[in-house]
Ligand binder design. Structure first.
Ligand code: XLF
Length: 326
């Protein structure tokens, strides 16, 4: 017997559209309905009875939308959220968007048609869609609307601490490898870092990267990186990008921390695995994941939760890529 994916392929539409049609959860044009119905009849498809039963009420599932599953920080957040959700008897439906608005929109449709009890979205790229969603939502990092709670780290302060640390370590020729301008969190880090430099009347340079993490991220900005030897301190917008910068410096035989000191951001598990281990600004991953789940369950249980931003404290974690002065 055919399954929903085969029906979608034969009808030339997405799985979400077939699911919308079967469960009557959103608009499907008459023409598309006819195509899907034809394929269903021809292939003798029978929607799974159990699945249909689940569709009639909310499932014990939470939709978790992350922007980049290759980034260790999001692995760690996901595992904290999963553990907390499991303890409450819920499972996680994990969606990876690659920071792509289209993928996020499609996943939102799939999550709604699966009647998830709640949605957690990190670094949303299609805020406008959420105003049509009835399911409780908690956002990590992105402001979506006045009706949705955002949890994020205190990125501004984290950026400022990063500057102050490099300055205290004696760095005066400083570079900030900045995240994409569309990331609210890394823009805040950039603001904090720049304000810190301004307070010390120090000019700093910037290189902007176009993505969160891709193996070839440096190649996209190689001109900027070829001048890297003139700096004695670098703040990179997250740990995985910092690891990539460290590899580039090693290839150029530039010594860390003797010739250039580095600070990352996140305090993800890779910091300890790098050599030298990476000094970074921590986002309190455990606390963030727990706060998100607690807030979401309050909403799921119909509690009245004040809509406000929740900021989590960021801190310096001193390791081997910087040399604090005595
Ligand atoms: O969105 C920001 C950029 O990268 C997020 O908090 C992260 O630091 C995770 O690595």
């Amino acid at each position: 017997m055919a399954n929903i994916r085969e029906i979608a392929e034969k009808a030339g539409v997405g799985i979400a559209t077939v699911s919308r049609y079967l469960n009557d959860t959103g608009y499907v044009s008459d023409q598309v309905k006819a195509k899907i119905q034809k394929e269903i009849e021809e292939s003798n498809y029978k929607p799974n009875a159990l699945a249909r039963a689940i569709f009639t009420k909310n499932s014990k599932t939470i939709g978790l939308i992350v922007p980049n599953i290759c980034n260790p920080f999001f692995n760690q957040i996901a595992s904290v959220i999963e553990e907390n959700a499991n303890n409450m008897g819920y499972t996680i439906f994990l969606c990876n968007t690659d920071d792509n608005a289209e993928k996020e929109r499609n996943y939102l449709e799939v999550l709604q048609s699966n009647r998830v009890a709640g949605i957690i979205v990190a670094r949303s790229k299609c805020e406008e869609v959420y105003s049509h969603i009835e399911i409780p939502v908690i956002s990590f990092e992105s402001y979506i609307s006045d009706k949705i709670i955002t949890v994020s780290s205190d990125n501004y302060n984290g950026g400022k601490i990063a500057f102050e640390h490099l300055y205290e370590c004696g760095c005066r020729n400083i570079l900030h490898v900045r995240g994409p301008k569309s990331f609210e969190a890394t823009e805040e880090r950039y603001r904090g870092f720049s304000d810190g430099a301004r307070e010390k009347n120090l000019e700093i340079d910037f290189i902007e990267l176009e993505s969160d993490f891709q193996v070839k991220m440096i190649d996209s900005n190689i001109e900027g990186f070829n001048k890297i030897s003139k700096y004695d301190g670098i703040f990179v917008f997250n740990d995985i990008a910092a690891a990539t910068v460290m590899k580039f410096l090693k290839q150029k035989e530039i010594k860390i921390p003797e010739e250039v000191q580095i600070v990352g951001f996140d305090n993800s598990f890779i910091c300890e695995l790098l050599h030298p281990s990476l000094t970074t600004i921590s986002q309190p991953i455990q606390q963030i994941g727990t706060a998100i789940i607690e807030l979401l369950f309050k909403l799921i249980n119909g509690e009245d939760v004040p809509i406000k931003d929740h900021f989590m404290k960021t801190e310096l974690i001193n390791r081997e890529t910087t040399l604090p002065r005595r």
